[in-house]
Design a protein around this ligand. Structure first.
Ligand SMILES: Cc1cc2nc3c(=O)[nH]c(=O)nc-3n(C[C@H](O)[C@H](O)[C@H](O)COP(=O)(O)OP(=O)(O)OC[C@H]3O[C@@H](n4cnc5c(N)ncnc54)[C@H](O)[C@@H]3O)c2cc1C
Length: 490
């Protein structure tokens, strides 16, 4: 199918494709061109780099093999979060506290860049919503407070939410405390990318779609990039191709483990029923894994993602698994219908930190953003553009995170095993937390009768709190056992 004729061929059967802003496809590169900077890859990293180079007055051409943001950048769940895919404590352990704090400030600047761009270009179609709740499914408030303390020290605006507050917004008995990220927000990432591309062109960038870079000659002062119909010559080349760089630079691509995750958007759910269950309008995540990241979209639909695999599968296979994840968390929603299902592939580095820097004279890499790419692609695009045009050396802050071979097919298998093992250990910890919660509830109850029955027996008036308790106890409890998942663990 021609990607220009049918957006679904480029963007998948996604809710984003169904709600994308009208856009004219850009033509392929048809004649040889000479520029200061060639950017390879039209995802968010490449688009930001191209725009920031153009804004500084240098000539720049961007080559995109398919359609702009047709890969991870236009298919993700749209959470714009501070930080990195690597855990904060691991970054501190590797580079020390002060260095880690500088890196966090850079990620925050990336997030602010997205916010400022939306403010300047207009929020229509992007529909930002504030906040991210990172919810725990175990009752370990010590661990939560330790993480909140570290994030606060790194300069991140967070607050701790106790279980009661979490459950007042997210009516799920699976949930305990949460970390609330106040400056995080959600976006329609495809429409954001399209507006970013238009802004880059206004600033002077030239963008060519359906133009794969087939080979690069990086030697010499002018690098040569060959495409099917024409050649591009440039003093600098920015590689922003993510996992799909494998056709062009297999050894660079081999430093990434491709992880495919699956996203569904439900059919409209009656608004009162939906918001009674999910009363928080920002982003929600309840694991470290790719599982269970969700938010309300379009006012009355639930977007839900998860079920990572290292080899891409048909997203239709994951509809049942993802709807059973919804049912397990919010049984009160009943059976939900799915209108859209798609997948996207991100690139994980071994250390979970992005790859930003100069590989050789004039050859720049901006890649490996993992599942945390909306702040970090903006950050990387800015850092690389400043390095090229102004000689800025901020990129050197990322040199401790060198290119590490990701292990090829063995690396993928190991990554899949890690996902399975983490899912199993998280599930076991959650079951233990639920068992403790049940034990605590029964210990605080009189042995034989409910407060209401006691009150009735004694002829006294039932206090309002006791009525609430009784109603809660009478409500059907979640099933401990998970319905079987189609394709689970794939
Ligand atoms: C399902 C899913 C959910 C996610 N959710 C979130 C989230 O909520 N928050 C978050 O922060 N991150 C999230 N991410 C991660 C985030 O989407 C990515 O890290 C980010 O979009 C990567 O951007 P990129 O520009 O590096 O790569 P991509 O978006 O993959 O773009 C790379 C582009 O380069 C092009 N290309 C490659 N090789 C060539 C070549 N030889 N010639 C020309 N073009 C080439 C490709 O066609 C592609 O369009 C998610 C990812 C997925 C898949």
């Amino acid at each position: 199918m021609n990607e220009h004729a049918d957006p679904a061929a480029a963007y998948g059967r996604s809710w984003y494709a169904a709600t994308m802003l009208p856009v004219e496809p850009r033509p392929p590169l048809a004649v040889d061109l000479d520029v200061d900077v060639a950017v390879i890859g039209g995802g968010l990293a490449g688009l930001t780099a191209a725009r920031e180079v153009a804004r500084r007055g240098w000539s720049v051409a961007l080559l995109e093999a398919g359609r702009l943001a047709g890969s991870a950048s236009g298919r993700n769940t749209g959470f714009v979060l501070p930080g990195f895919a690597a855990d904060a404590d691991k970054i501190v352990a590797r580079v020390g506290f002060e260095h880690a704090k500088d890196l966090w400030a850079l990620s925050q600047a990336g997030l602010d860049y997205v916010r400022d761009t939306i403010a300047a270009e207009g929020a229509d179609g992007i529909d930002p919503e504030a906040g991210w709740l990172y919810v725990s499914k175990v009752d370990d408030s010590d661990e939560l407070f330790r993480t909140i303390g570290l994030l606060g020290d790194l300069g991140c605006e967070v607050e701790g939410w106790p279980t009661e507050r979490v459950r007042a917004f997210l009516r799920s008995e699976r949930y305990f405390g949460a970390i609330h990220f106040l400056r995080a927000f959600t976006i329609h990432p495809l429409n954001y990318a399209l507006k970013l591309a238009a802004a880059a062109e206004r600033d002077g960038a030239r963008i060519f779609e359906t133009t794969p870079a087939l080979s690069i000659d990086p030697t010499g002062v002018r690098k040569r990039v060959t495409t099917p119909a024409a050649r591009l010559r440039a003093a600098h080349v920015v590689l922003a191709g993510n996992v799909e760089l494998k056709g062009l630079l297999p050894r660079v691509a081999a430093t990434l483990v491709p992880i495919t995750t699956y996203v569904i958007v439900t059919a409209p759910i009656e608004r009162d029923r939906l918001t009674a269950a999910v009363g928080y309008r920002g982003a929600v995540s309840d694991t470290d894994l790719a599982d269970n990241h969700y938010r309300i979209v379009g006012g009355d639909r639930l977007m839900w993602s998860g079920r990572a695999t290292v080899w891409p599968r048909n997203p239709r296979r994951y509809r049942a698994a993802l709807t059973s994840d919804i049912a397990k968390t919010y049984p009160q929603l009943g059976r939900v219908a799915v209108d859209y299902a798609w997948n996207g592939t991100l690139g994980n580095t071994v250390h979970r930190m992005p790859q930003i820097g100069e590989l050789g004279p004039g050859v720049w890499l901006a890649s490996g953003f993992g599942g945390h790419g909306l702040d970090t692609t903006a950050m990387a695009g800015n850092i690389v553009a400043r390095a090229i045009v102004e000689g800025d050396e901020t990129w050197r802050k990322f040199t401790p995170f060198e290119l590490v071979w990701a292990g090829g097919v063995f690396g993928r298998t190991a990554a899949q095993l890690r996902v399975w093992i983490k899912r199993l250990t998280d599930g076991a910890a959650e079951r233990r937390a639920q068992a403790r919660a049940v034990a605590q509830r029964s210990a605080s109850e009189p042995p034989t009768q409910s407060p209401a029955a006691d009150a009735a027996a004694s002829g006294s008036i039932v206090p309002p709190d006791a009525r609430v308790d009784e109603a809660e106890h009478a409500a059907p409890r979640q099933q401990d056992s998970e319905p079987s998942h189609q394709g689970a663990g794939d």
